[in-house]
Design a protein around this ligand. Structure first.
Ligand code: FNR
Length: 180
C-alpha cells in the first residue's frame, strides 16, 4: 500500500487535530499505510546538523520514503502552528537535501472556531510549495469541532461530516496516484 506521512500540528494530548488525524487514518486504513512522526523537535538550529536529533532523522527518512504527505493543522493567530513550520524547516534541510521535493500533499484542519482553520490552511499551502510539495488545492476541508464531533471509537459522529471528508479522501487518493 502507498505510504503516507501525516504531520499533526499540535503536541497536546487532547488535541482536536490529533483526534482528526486519528479519524482520518481510520477511514483510509484500507488504502494507505501511515507514519505519524513525533514533531516534538528542537527549534530549527543549523548547528544541530553536526549531530542531528533522532526525531529529525526519523522525520526526514519517513518523508523520503512516503508516497504522500498530509498536514493536519490547527490555526494559531490565523496561521499554521510553529510545530508544522519547524517540521517543514527541518525536513527541507540541510541545503541540497530537501526531503519534500515532488511529494504530493494535502492539508486539513480543525478548530473550535467558525472558520475551521481556513486562513491557516490557505497560508500553509503556500508554505508547502516552497520545498516543492505538490499541494492539492481542492476540495478544501475546514472543520469546526464541537464536543460531539467524534464518536466513542474516535470516528466522525456525524454522517454529513463523513460524506464531506470522504470526498476529500477520494480526491487525495487520486492526487497521490497522479504522482506515483
Ligand atoms: C488559537 N486558536 C485559534 N483558533 C482559530 O480558529 N483561529 C485562530 O487564529 C486561533 N488562534 C490561536 C492562537 C493560539 C496561540 C492558540 C493556542 C489557539 C484556538 C485553537 O483553534 C484551539 O486551541 C485548538 O483546539 C487548537 O488545536 P488542537 O491543539 O486542539 O489541535
Amino acid at each position: 500500500m502507498p505510504q503516507i506521512v501525516m504531520l499533526v500540528g499540535s503536541l497536546r494530548k487532547e488535541s482536536i487535530n490529533r483526534k482528526l488525524g486519528h479519524a482520518l487514518r481510520q477511514r483510509m486504513a484500507d488504502r494507505f499505510d501511515f507514519v505519524v512522526p513525533d514533531l516534538d523537535l528542537p527549534l530549527y538550529n543549523e548547528d544541530l546538523w553536526a549531530d542531528p536529533p533522532a526525531g529529525v532523522t526519523a522525520l526526514k527518512q519517513a518523508v523520503e520514503a512516503a508516497d504522500g504527505i498530509i498536514v493536519v493543522t490547527p490555526e494559531y493567530n490565523r496561521m499554521t502552528t510553529p510545530i508544522i513550520v519547524n517540521a517543514i524547516d527541518w525536513a527541507n534541510r540541510p541545503y541540497g537535501k530537501n526531503s519534500f521535493a515532488g511529494k504530493p500533499a494535502a492539508t486539513i484542519g480543525a478548530s473550535p472556531g467558525a472558520q475551521g482553520t481556513a486562513v491557516a490552511q490557505n497560508l500553509l499551502r503556500n508554505l508547502m510549495m516552497i520545498p516543492g510539495m505538490h499541494v492539492m488545492g481542492n476540495p478544501e476541508v475546514y472543520l469546526t469541532v464541537k464536543d460531539d464531533f467524534f464518536d466513542a471509537e474516535g470516528g466522525f459522529a456525524n454522517e454529513r461530516t463523513v460524506a464531506f471528508v470522504d470526498k476529500w479522501i477520494a480526491a487525495f487518493e487520486s492526487w497521490v496516484g497522479r504522482f506515483s
